[in-house]
Design a protein around this ligand. Structure first.
Ligand code: SAM
Length: 339
């Protein structure tokens, strides 16, 4: 929802024929204020956030456009105490917003959902998280709050289109940086195994930009179905081969240059399988949940699995991915494996 106000702000003054070029430059530098450009004789007055070197600046009254926040839209509809409880942050997956509603706002949840449709451009569906992700397939229960009645969407990430059904497959937009970080390490020609591929976020991104072959395994048949749809929607440089099954049973041995194992609460039990899957000097991206600051402790688990698999492992780096739950973080260790 956009609000228009009239305010006195700084404007750069440029000859009319220069307007579009300067406007683009200011927008690219984040200096443009969203508002009307005024005309003054043969000049344009472009509203800006601050003085811009190289351009004469004047003050002028300009109509500005500003997007209202969720709380601003809800002001007057909810009491002040209720407004205090409204969470600012929510996840966006494709055109679906996924929100958390505290128990005190239970009776207001549909109103909050409808308000989100008003403030967030491009959102067509609002779903509510009911608890955390659960079970082997890492799914969470969702409740429809507003908009179209569906749980599937197409999510765009780093130029890839991912078909995701949030009720049937795990997906978190918060792993976008991590997926990109791993993709950048992949060389053309690599054989990659993603043991817990989910909707295929890692697999599709790697195959989009690298001439690599990714075996994308998941226990969840719906995940494999999502990947199949995504494969047909994207032009890939490499190849994604979705495999439905238990990674313990279907991961091939001695073939991979790289193994991705993003199952933070369960990956420890699969380390030996991952170490057996790589060729010598392959890399394993081992994701795990550990107490804050305690990722180092996991080296014992790594060493035990390495011994059972008959390989040597050298840690290349550890990164804290995000908070997993209070006091627990999601870490990734990049491990170099020597047979
Ligand atoms: C955290 S999610 C993976 C997310 C995915 N890597 C991404 O970037 O969106 C973990 C996935 O592992 C799958 N999974 C759980 N146990 C498995 C197993 N034994 N073999 C294969 N997949 C499994 C779940 O179905 C789930 O899709």
């Amino acid at each position: 929802m956009i609000q228009e106000t009239e305010e006195e702000v700084l404007c750069v003054r440029v000859p009319l024929r220069e307007t579009e070029r300067v406007r683009r430059k200011l927008a690219a530098e984040g200096l443009l204020l969203p508002g009307r450009i005024l005309r003054e004789g043969g000049h344009a007055l472009i509203p800006v956030r601050e003085r811009v070197e190289g351009y004469p600046t004047v003050k002028a009254r300009v109509k500005l456009r500003r997007r209202l926040t969720l709380k601003e839209v809800l002001r007057g509809r909810l009491t002040d105490e209720e407004l205090e409880q409204v969470k600012r942050s929510f996840d966006i997956v494709g055109d679906i917003a996924v929100v958390q509603i505290p128990p005190e706002l239970e009776h207001r949840r549909h109103e909050i959902g409808r308000a989100l449709l008003e403030v967030q451009p491009g959102i067509r569906v609002v779903l509510r998280k009911l608890g955390g992700v659960e079970g082997e397939l890492r799914l969470r229960k969702l409740e429809h709050l507003a908009g179209e009645r569906r749980t599937w969407t197409v999510h765009r990430e780093h130029g890839v289109e991912l078909w995701v059904d949030l009720a049937k497959v795990y997906f978190s937009p918060r792993l976008a940086y991590e997926r990109h970080r791993v993709m950048q390490q992949v060389a053309h020609g690599e054989e990659v195994v993603d043991m817990f591929a989910g909707a295929g976020g890692f697999a599709l991104l790697i195959a989009k930009y690298r001439r690599a072959r990714v075996l994308a395994i998941d226990l969840n048949e719906s995940a494999v179905e999502c990947m199949r749809r995504s494969i047909s929607m994207n032009r890939l440089l490499g190849e994604v081969v979705p495999v439905h099954g238990d990674a313990r049973e279907v991961t091939p041995e001695g073939v991979a240059d790289r193994v991705i194992m993003n199952l933070p609460m369960g990956s420890d039990a699969f380390l030996e399988t991952a170490f057996r899957a790589v060729r010598s000097r392959g890399v394993v991206h081992y994701y795990t949940a550990a107490p804050e600051g305690g990722a180092g402790e996991k080296m014992r688990v790594v060493e035990e699995a390495a011994e059972s698999a008959g390989v040597e492992v050298e840690p290349l780096g550890v990164r804290r991915v995000r908070t997993y739950s209070p006091g627990t973080a999601h870490y990734v260790m990049d491990l170099l494996v020597r047979a």
